[in-house]
Design a protein around this ligand. Sequence first.
Ligand code: PGA
Length: 247
Amino acid sequence: MRTPIIAGNWKMNKTVGEAVELCRQLEKEVADSPVEVVVCPPFTALSAVNALGLEKVKLGAQNLYFTEKGAYTGEISPGMLVDVGCEYVLVGHSERRELFKEDNQLINKKLLKAVEFGLKPILCVGETLEERQAGETEKVVLSQVREGLAGVEAEKIPSVVIAYEPIWAIGTGETSDGEDANKVISAIRRAVGEMYTPELGGKVRIQYGGSVKPGNVAEFMEQSDIDGALVGGASLKASDFAGIVKF
Ligand code: PGA
């Protein structure tokens, strides 16, 4: 059985005070949920959220660099994330790919370093609208998965999470149809099974992301291969995010 995992990607939102307030409220609202709950605040708020000592809500970062330390102005190392209590880290979010020109090779380096430091990576993959219209969804997404996971040891695969986020559904209010998302996610699972073993393919948790809200989350969670959600906009209000967790 795969434990469902719902993660909030706050992006560049929330001051330290706002982050602390949101997490305090969220911790209360989701305390009894069987779902694994993760928040990914901006770097500046990680330490303060960690200091709250939350029991239910786990901490993740939105990005990392692939080196331990040194002259990399503005970057944050995996060890620094571990030091402030992060358990998860997003890798290869489409905004990083598009706005900051991250390619599969760079994302792979980041993912390998995250794993080496004991962080659980959430590898984000997804196609653009043009790629979807050209019938290239699986081709694009599966190469993001294969290249993103290259070199990851089999024993680490159960700690890797994959988030399938069609880019045209992110922040747009448009969502993929549940069955459609499930098809792509099943293909991702098969691809992981082919890279490793079918058993490991069956263990890896795969989320759907893209305009997930309390009102549409159930459509995704009821699908056989979808194990959770990566939530942007609707993770910024404790009541909305809790509504998603309690789908
Ligand atoms: P959204 O963002 O829920 O606001 O569409 C999802 C994401 O970017 O992870």
